[in-house]
Write a protein that binds this ligand. Structure first.
Ligand SMILES: Nc1ncnc2c1ncn2[C@@H]1O[C@H](COP(=O)(O)OP(=O)(O)OP(=O)(O)O)[C@@H](O)[C@H]1O
Length: 322
C-alpha cells in the first residue's frame, strides 16, 4: 500500500434548483449530483474517472479542487481540505480542462507561463527546468512566441498541460484532455502523460469519454453513474463485472448484394449498411452454428466476429441500471 493522496468518504453534493411551476409559483428541486462516494487514490496512481453525461464527474473534480464545497462527507487531498484551504491546495495540484483554456488568450504562450511563475512564486531554477522539460517533451519550442488564440486545439492542449505542471503539482486533474484532438495529438498527449507519471510519479485523475485514453493510460478505472460509484478496479475487470454476463458479440457479414435483414436463429440484426450486416449474439454462445446458418442460407462473401468492446460493456452497465 502506498501513501494515500486523495481520500473521499461518504461525499455528497446536493444542488437546489428552482424552477417555474406555474405563473407565479416556483418549485425547489434537489439534484443529488454526487450521492455518497468513497475512494482513495495512492500517490503515483493514474486513475480513470468515467461515466455518462450528468453522472457527477465534474462535480467530484470541482470538490477535489475546492471550487465546490461538499454537502456531506469527508474529503482530503494531500491532507488538505480543499474547500477550506483552496489556495494552499492550488500549489499542490494542476488542472486541465479540455474544453477551455487557463492560458491568456492574447498572450504568447511563454508570457502565460511567466505569469504562472509569478502567481505560484515558482523558484527560477525550478521553473526553468520544468519549462524546458515540458517544451521538449510536448514539442512546444516553435509555439512559445505564438499567441494562444492562434494555436490549434492540439497545440493549445499541450500548452495547457505544460502550464498545469510548471509548479510541480503532486496531483494532476485532467478533464477530457484529448477531446477534439486529431490522432497524432492524442498520441502525443498520452505519451507525455505516461512519461510524466512514470518519471515524476505525478498522480493523475482523468475524466474522459475516450476509452482509449483509459486503455492506454490507466490501470484502474472508476465508473460513476447517478452520483454513485458503480465500479472501481482494473479496466479488464469491467468485462467480468456483472455487465459482461449479458454482453454480446457481433457477427459482421459481407453479402454479395444488399438484402433485407437476415433471419438467423440465435442472433438479431442490429445494423445494415449496404451489403454489410451486423448480427448480435450472446457473448458466451459459439459463433460456429451462426456462421454455418448464414453460409447455408445467404450469398456470403466474408465475415468476422467482433468481441464486445469496453464501450459496449459500459453502455450496458448503464442501461442495466435503468
Ligand atoms: N451548479 C449546479 N446547479 C444545479 N445542478 C447542477 C450543477 N452542477 C451540476 N449539476 C447537476 O448535477 C448532475 C451532475 O453533473 P456533472 O456536471 O457533475 O456531471 P458529469 O458527469 O461531469 O457530466 P458531463 O460528462 O456531461 O460533464 C447533473 O444532473 C447536473 O445537471
Amino acid at each position: 500500500m502506498g501513501e494515500v493522496l486523495i481520500e473521499l468518504d461518504g461525499v455528497e453534493k446536493v444542488f437546489t434548483v428552482r424552477r417555474r411551476a406555474g405563473l407565479v409559483r416556483r418549485e425547489k428541486r434537489q439534484v443529488r449530483a454526487v450521492d455518497g462516494i468513497g475512494f482513495t487514490v495512492d500517490r503515483g496512481e493514474m486513475v480513470g474517472y468515467i461515466g455518462p453525461n450528468g453522472a457527477g464527474k465534474s462535480t467530484t473534480i470541482k470538490m477535489l479542487t475546492g471550487i465546490l464545497t461538499p454537502s456531506a462527507g469527508r474529503l482530503r487531498v494531500a491532507g488538505i481540505d480543499p474547500a477550506r484551504e483552496r489556495m494552499r491546495l492550488a500549489h499542490r495540484m494542476g488542472v486541465v480542462f479540455g474544453q477551455r483554456t487557463t492560458l491568456w488568450w492574447d498572450l504568447p504562450l511563454k508570457d502565460s507561463y511567466g505569469l504562472m511563475r509569478r502567481m505560484y512564486r515558482i523558484p527560477e531554477a525550478r521553473y526553468r527546468a520544468n519549462l524546458e522539460r515540458c517544451v521538449e517533451r510536448l514539442d512546444l519550442g516553435e509555439l512559445l512566441e505564438v499567441p494562444v488564440r492562434q494555436l490549434s486545439l492540439g497545440q493549445r492542449m499541450r500548452g495547457d498541460i505544460a502550464a498545469a505542471l510548471l509548479h510541480d503539482p503532486d496531483v494532476l486533474y485532467l478533464d477530457e484532455p484529448t477531446i477534439g484532438l486529431d490522432v497524432v495529438s492524442k498520441a502525443k498527449v498520452r505519451a507525455f502523460l505516461r512519461q510524466l507519471n512514470a518519471e515524476l510519479g505525478t498522480t493523475v485523475l482523468l475524466t474522459t469519454h475516450d476509452l482509449q485514453d483509459i486503455e492506454q493510460l490507466c490501470e484502474r478505472v472508476m465508473v460513476i453513474d447517478h452520483g454513485r460509484l458503480m465500479y472501481d478496479g482494473p479496466l479488464g475487470g469491467l468485462h467480468a463485472s456483472g455487465a459482461a454476463g449479458q454482453s454480446e458479440r457481433t457477427l459482421v457479414v459481407d453479402l454479395e448484394r444488399e438484402l433485407p435483414p437476415l433471419e438467423v436463429a440465435g442472433a438479431r440484426v442490429v445494423r445494415v449498411e449496404g451489403a454489410r450486416q451486423w448480427l448480435a449474439f450472446p457473448a458466451q454462445a459459439s459463433a460456429a452454428p451462426l456462421v454455418a446458418a448464414v453460409a447455408a442460407g445467404y450469398p456470403l462473401l466474408d465475415l468476422s466476429v467482433r468481441e464486445p468492446d469496453i464501450e459496449e460493456v459500459i453502455a450496458r452497465m448503464y442501461a442495466g441500471r435503468g
